[in-house]
Every structure is written in structure tokens, then in C-alpha cells.
Design a binder for this molecule. Structure first.
Ligand SMILES: CSC[C@H]1O[C@@H](n2cnc3c(O)ncnc32)[C@H](O)[C@@H]1O
Ligand SMILES: [Zn+2]
Length: 443
């Protein structure tokens, strides 16, 4: 007796599927079914005959894989792309970026800059991003408008900005935003203390207490440069990671961004605490900050996510390019060509990010029951032919322009290379407006 047909909104028949988990293998000749916002089937193509689908999509030259997770960035800084290059972190921040932010940051700036960033990220395969920036309400509005999944890490500083007066003010505004968005299926809100050198131990301690009470994550720039660690040793007599641990800020809810400076004790602390590390290789290289020892962290069992950082220090928000850099940097840094092979990089850019954000049960791999956040990558063009190993192609040959389709919670946001949720003409006009404003006030 035939079993009753299963139903789907969409059945996709790609050349290959790279599910990331539960298996690291590439599936050839498989189909994937989506119903509502979920993945409801993953089966050999011949079995898909038993499915009734509203729509079917043949993608014979494509790889289907989880949408990429950009685990660290400052989306609105896309409007400052190319504003100040070839500088080390502190002169770049103190002499260029922070004065420009003081002059221009507003709700409109953040909404428009975030939309520009989202357009770039969606075009290059990112379906989830983490954002730390002023006016996080505007960033959340841009994400919601575009149908993008997003982790908002509301900023906390001790000094004032257009968005907050002091640490208490940033925290109360951020927690209000978190209450407003509590029921949003695509947006989560967590603490984003900027760094141990801009947030006092008292404020960090307050954040630790609140985060534990409310079960909220913490996302922080940490051990980005040797100067940061040296300064902390001079001022506080300990390394920033030790300060975080002493204040109760280090645990499985903590996302440590950068970690280019790592000694043996730091590594042990990360392992014991269950904290996550967000690796941002291109920003670290451009600012000559250092290299996060990604292969050592993975070998020790630390969960690693991948981020671009802001477009002002990268200067792109393209996770395909970031994966390529992560792989090459690990090999160079360890003098080991086997360090960080393609699968590990793909996992870092998908499931690793999802895990860091506490979203592992929902996204990061193509498994039945998870949210349908996925992308199709076309390998038909010369630059990605021939195909011996699709995973190798994704990390070492693709540059992001091969992403043709993207779904977030089952919704098609990119179809045949076209963005469905962003008015790109209006966005170009707003970008032009901001470029003129920023250029006119440049010092
Ligand atoms: C609180 S909003 C984010 C804040 O961070 C600044 N920023 C951008 N990139 C970096 C980086 O690599 N390290 C430290 N701080 C960074 C950004 O300009 C905003 O002021
Ligand atoms: Zn950053």
C-alpha cells in the first residue's frame, strides 16, 4: 500500500546538499522540502516523488547549504566604508571613526546604513547577522523590514553618545528594546558592552548580574590587540579575560569577539567557561591587530563563530570572502596546510555562529525540524568549475557572487540574484545622500 503523500510549499532539487550536521558529508542527488517556515523533508530525490509540493525548483548546478551567520559586525558602519583605511585600531577609532560617529549618528543614519549592510549580506549568502551599534531600535527595524534574522547586541559604553547618556541609560534603553521585541521570531536582543577598556568594572558587573537574572547573552570586543592587554595589565593588574571572569561575565552565554591575544591560561579559561569566540580575520589583518589561533581553539573544544566586523575595518560584509581568509590565515599562522580544512570553516560560518547565539536548535544546519534558513550557490561558471569537491569550492573558489537564492524562515528573500525585500534604487539614493553629508564634514 502506498503511504499518503507528504506536503510541502517548496521542493528543491539541487546538485548537492551540504547540511553541515548531523553529517559532515555532502549529499548528492537529494531533495529538500520546506513547509511554512520549516525544513520538513530531506530525502533521496527518487523519494521526493511521494511528496506533493506547491512549487518545485530545479537547481542542478547548485549547492544547497545553511544560510551563513555573520556573528559580529556594526551594520550601519557600511556608510563609513573606506572613510579611514590603513590605520591601527586605536588611532583609527580615536582620530577618525569616533569623531565621525559623533557628528553623524542618528536613527536615520543607522536605519539606512543597516539596510545597505543587509543588502550586501543577503547578496553574499548571509541570512543571520549580529549587530552592535547605536540606535539598535533602528537596526532592528531595518532587519525586520528586510526579513533578515538578527541578533541585536545593544551597546553599553561609559561615555555618552547620541543614543545614551551613561552605562545605566544604555542598559535601560537596551532592555526596553528587548521587551519590545520579546515575541519577534527573527530578532533577539542581548547585552553588547563595547570592550573592557570603554566599560568600567562596575558597569560590567551590573551587566553580569542582569544577564544571569534575565538569561541573556553578552557580546563583547575582547583581546583585540596586544596594546589592549598590555594596558589592562598596567591599569588593572590582570588580563581582560581574567577581569571578565572575576566579574562573573564569562560563561556559555558569552561571545568573545576577536581574541587575537591568547596565552595558555586564556585558552583554559575559555574552555572551562564554555564561552564562544567570534573570529574576525579580515578586520584583524587590516588593523594589524593580530591573528586569532582558530585551529588551537577548535582543537581545545572552544566553539568558534565567524564575523566580518564593520565595513569600515574590513571593508566588506561578505562571509564567503571571510571564510577564505579564515582558512588561509589558519594555515599561515600555524605553518600547517592541514589547519582549518573547508568543512571546519563552513561549520564555523553556520552552526558555530548559531551555537554562539543560542540558536543551534533553530538554524545553522539543514535538518528536518529546523528553520528553513538556506542558500543556493551556483557552481556553473568557469571560476567554480570543475567540481571535485563542493565544500572545497565553497571555501576556496567562491566569492559570494554565486549565491542565487536565499530563504529565511522559509521566505524567499533572494531569488535568481534579485533581492525581494529591499528597494535597491531607494537605497542607492539614501547612500548617495549620506556619502555627500559625510564627505562634506570630513576633517
Ligand atoms: C557601541 S557601538 C560599536 C562601537 O564599536 C566601534 N568599533 C568598530 N569596530 C571596532 C573594533 O574592531 N574594535 C573596537 N571597536 C570597534 C564602532 O565604531 C562603535 O563606536
Ligand atoms: Zn567590532
Amino acid at each position: 500500500m502506498n503511504s499518503p503523500a507528504e506536503s510541502a510549499d517548496l521542493l528543491i532539487h539541487p546538485g548537492w546538499i551540504v547540511p553541515i550536521a548531523p553529517s559532515a558529508e555532502t549529499l548528492c542527488g537529494y531533495s529538500l522540502a520546506i513547509r511554512d517556515e520549516l525544513i520538513v523533508g530531506l530525502m533521496p530525490r527518487e523519494d521526493s516523488r511521494h511528496w506533493q509540493a506547491t512549487k518545485e525548483l530545479e537547481l542542478p548546478n547548485h549547492v544547497l547549504m545553511p544560510g551563513l551567520v555573520n556573528a559580529h559586525g556594526h551594520a550601519a558602519m557600511s556608510l563609513l566604508r573606506g572613510y579611514a583605511d590603513d590605520q591601527a585600531l586605536m588611532p583609527w577609532l580615536e582620530q577618525h571613526i569616533w569623531p565621525a560617529e559623533q557628528r553623524h549618528i542618528s536613527e536615520e543614519f543607522v536605519y539606512d546604513g543597516s539596510t545597505l549592510a543587509i543588502a550586501e549580506m543577503l547578496r553574499s549568502g548571509t541570512t543571520t547577522y549580529s549587530d552592535m551599534y547605536f540606535f539598535p531600535n533602528a537596526s532592528a527595524s531595518a532587519a525586520r523590514r528586510a526579513g533578515m534574522r538578527c541578533q541585536i547586541t545593544f551597546p553599553v559604553f561609559d561615555h555618552p553618545s547620541a543614543w545614551g547618556r551613561d552605562a545605566d541609560d544604555y542598559i535601560s534603553k537596551g532592555l526596553r528594546l528587548r521587551d519590545d521585541l520579546k515575541h519577534d521570531g527573527l530578532i533577539s536582543v542581548i547585552f553588547g558592552p563595547h570592550a573592557p577598556y570603554t566599560v568600567s568594572p562596575e558597569s560590567l558587573s551590573k551587566i553580569a548580574t542582569l544577564a544571569a537574572e534575565l538569561d541573556l547573552g553578552i557580546h563583547i570586543h575582547l583581546h583585540e590587540t596586544a596594546g589592549e592587554v598590555a594596558q589592562a595589565l598596567k591599569t588593572h593588574g590582570e588580563r581582560p579575560l581574567n577581569t571578565l571572569q572575576r566579574l562573573g561575565l564569562l560563561g556559555p552565554r558569552t561571545q568573545c569577539v576577536h581574541m587575537t591575544q591568547l596565552n595558555k591560561q586564556d585558552l583554559e579559561l575559555l574552555v572551562q567557561s564554555g564561552a564562544h569566540v567570534v573570529h574576525c580575520p579580515q578586520s584583524n589583518m587590516k588593523l594589524a591587530a593580530g591573528a586569532c589561533p582558530s585551529h588551537e581553539l577548535l582543537a581545545a573544544g572552544v566553539n568558534l563563530a565567524l564575523g566580518t566586523d564593520g565595513a569600515a575595518s574590513n571593508n566588506s560584509l561578505n562571509l564567503f570572502s571571510e571564510m577564505h581568509s579564515a582558512a588561509l590565515l589558519a594555515k599561515l599562522n600555524s605553518s600547517d596546510a592541514a589547519a582549518l580544512p573547508a568543512y571546519q570553516v563552513l561549520k564555523m560560518a553556520t552552526l558555530g555562529g548559531a551555537r554562539a547565539m543560542g540558536l543551534e536548535d533553530q538554524i545553522g544546519s539543514l535538518e528536518v525540524g529546523k528553520q528553513a534558513d538556506l542558500i543556493a550557490v551556483d557552481l556553473a561558471e568557469a571560476a567554480t568549475q570543475p567540481v571535485y569537491n563542493p565544500q572545497s569550492q565553497l571555501v576556496y573558489a567562491c566569492n559570494g557572487s554565486q549565491v542565487s537564492h536565499s530563504w529565511i524562515a522559509g521566505r524567499p528573500v533572494l531569488e535568481a540574484y534579485r533581492l525581494n525585500t529591499i528597494d535597491t534604487d531607494a537605497l542607492a539614493a539614501r547612500t548617495q545622500y549620506w556619502q555627500q553629508q559625510i564627505a562634506a564634514h570630513r576633517i
